[in-house]
Design a protein around this ligand. Structure first.
Ligand code: GDP
Ligand code: IMO
Ligand code: MG
Length: 422
């Protein structure tokens, strides 16, 4: 059986921390999409670690980790990540497996990402510039190179062929980066990647499932960044919802069990694009400060706003979420009033559905207000009973609106800052 854990907003919901906790009860943790645009933060014995391509189960003993075919891999970032983990005593030689069908991010993919973003000017996506979009374009355009290609005798020729194609594309752009200086590190990392456990991921995983192993599929980014259902074109280039687990790992829909959906108690977004509940005032700034809302990868300040139940209900529907997890409850501790968007007003219309033209529509979010729980701090609560009534009321409202029960509330960065509600 494969359970799924994914973000329900625009990413950075706290997936790394929750996977690290939940991993204890699984045998295998698998990434199914995205790439080094992800930054999943965990605190292990007080030490901060940010994972990019490697599943967040690596700090639990005796787990196997799979990077599935749906992931795009930058060998340079992957090597760096493994070396950093080795340096803190985490060995991955026996427990990290990589699908040979996962696509590769080349230095020229990163150059194309930078050139394309630059050309968009004020309409830029706000990409992490890790080469994600161009790599997925080559995948669907049927030009891509996969991990299995690095084992071929003519690997260098395959690389040169794709590089030449990229160079002709780069010639169309004014923005040029020094990708050539990235090539030596790339080839060094490819040589390193050749020595890792490259497997036929879909057979490998299905055999494990048949043998009764429990799998947790770890999402990257968030559902509102999904290439089909997110705020297109301000999205990433993969399917971040539950459906992506099947194609990204090679498992049947019938293998999917529980779906854990994560939301912050408020909302953030990094990069451009619509964000109906964004706060441009001192409240937004207070959320950014209280929540330390700066990108784990790019260090950019994250845009902050109230929780958006219209968007959440949509993403819960898309992924069939069976258990909700609310993170960063402690960030709301000092606020006198807390709001949740329950509808969008667009012109004279009020709707609870995500509009097709969300990027053009002038949306005014409509809110329900809740009394805060200061001076009580959820960060100091260690039992369910000790949680403040006002916080419980807020949670009940979310559960009624979203029609899913909250199973966990996270009230701090550590593995143990977690309260189980059922
Ligand atoms: P991910 O991409 O979904 O794994 O999330 P990130 O790691 O990018 O961002 C989440 C940030 O919130 C990280 O810095 C976490 O350490 C932090 N975090 C996670 N859960 C909590 C929580 O309950 N409270 C607080 N204060 N911080 C949290
Ligand atoms: P995790 O897994 C937050 C955003 C970028 C940009 C858009 C496209 O840590 O939650 P891309 O690099 O994919 O071309 O960028 O998507 N984005 C994320 N935002 N968390 C992430 O990952 C993100 N990965 C991409 O900021 O707006
Ligand atoms: Mg992140």
């Amino acid at each position: 059986m494969v359970d799924v854990l994914l973000g329900l907003q625009w990413g950075d919901e706290g997936k790394g921390k929750i996977v690290d906790y939940l991993a204890a009860r699984y045998d295998i943790i698998a990434r199914f999409q995205g790439g080094p645009n992800a930054g999943h933060t965990l605190y292990v014995k007080g030490q901060k670690v940010v994972l990019r391509t490697i599943p967040s189960g690596v700090f639990q003993e005796n787990k196997l980790n799979l990077i599935g075919n749906g992931v795009v891999i930058d060998p340079v970032t992957l090597k760096e990540e493994i070396e950093n983990l080795n340096a803190i005593g985490v060995s991955l030689s026996d427990n990290l497996f990589i699908s040979h069908k996962a696509h590769l991010i080349l230095p020229t993919h990163r150059a194309l990402d930078a050139a394309s973003e630059h050309a968009k000017g004020t309409e830029k996506i706000g990409s992490t510039l890790k080469g994600i979009g161009p790599a997925y374009m080559d995948k669907t355009g049927r030009n891509g190179l996969r991990v299995g290609d690095i084992l071929a005798k003519d690997w260098k020729a395959r690389y040169e062929k794709l590089k030449q194609k990229h160079l002709s594309m780069l010639a169309m752009y004014s923005e040029q980066v020094d990708w050539e200086s990235w090539e030596p590190a790339f080839f060094e990392a490819v040589a390193y990647l050749q020595s890792l456990n490259i497997v036929n991921g879909e057979y490998w995983l299905n055999e494990q499932i048949k043998a009764g192993k429990k799998v947790l599929a770890e999402g990257a980014q968030g559902s509102m960044l999904d290439v089909d259902y997110g705020t297109y074109p301000f999205v990433t280039s993969s399917n971040t919802i539950t459906a992506g687990v099947c194609t990204g790992l090679g498992i049947a829909p019938s293998a999917i069990g529980d779906v854990f959906g994560i939301t912050k108690a408020y909302c953030t977004r990094v990069g451009s694009g619509p964000f109906p509940t964004e706060l441009h005032d001192e409240v937004g700034e207070a959320l950014r400060v209280a929540g330390s809302e700066f990108g784990a990868v790019t260090k950019r300040p994250r845009r902050c706003g109230w929780i958006d139940l219209v968007a959440l209900k949509y993403t819960i529907m898309l992924s069939g979420v069976t258990r909700l997890i609310v993170t960063k409850a402690d960030v709301m501790d000092g606020f006198e009033t807390i709001k949740a968007a329950t509808a969008y007003k667009i012109g004279d219309e009020v709707t609870k559905e995500m509009p097709f033209d969300i990027c053009e529509a002038d949306i005014e979010a409509q809110y329900e207000s809740f009394k805060g729980w200061a001076p009580v701090k959820t960060s100091e609560c260690t039992t369910l009973e000790s949680l403040p009534e006002a916080f419980k009321n807020f949670c009940s409202f979310l559960e009624d609106y979203l029609e899913v029960k909250i199973q966990y509330v996270s009230n701090g960065t550590g593995r143990d800052n977690l309260l189980k509600l059922f």
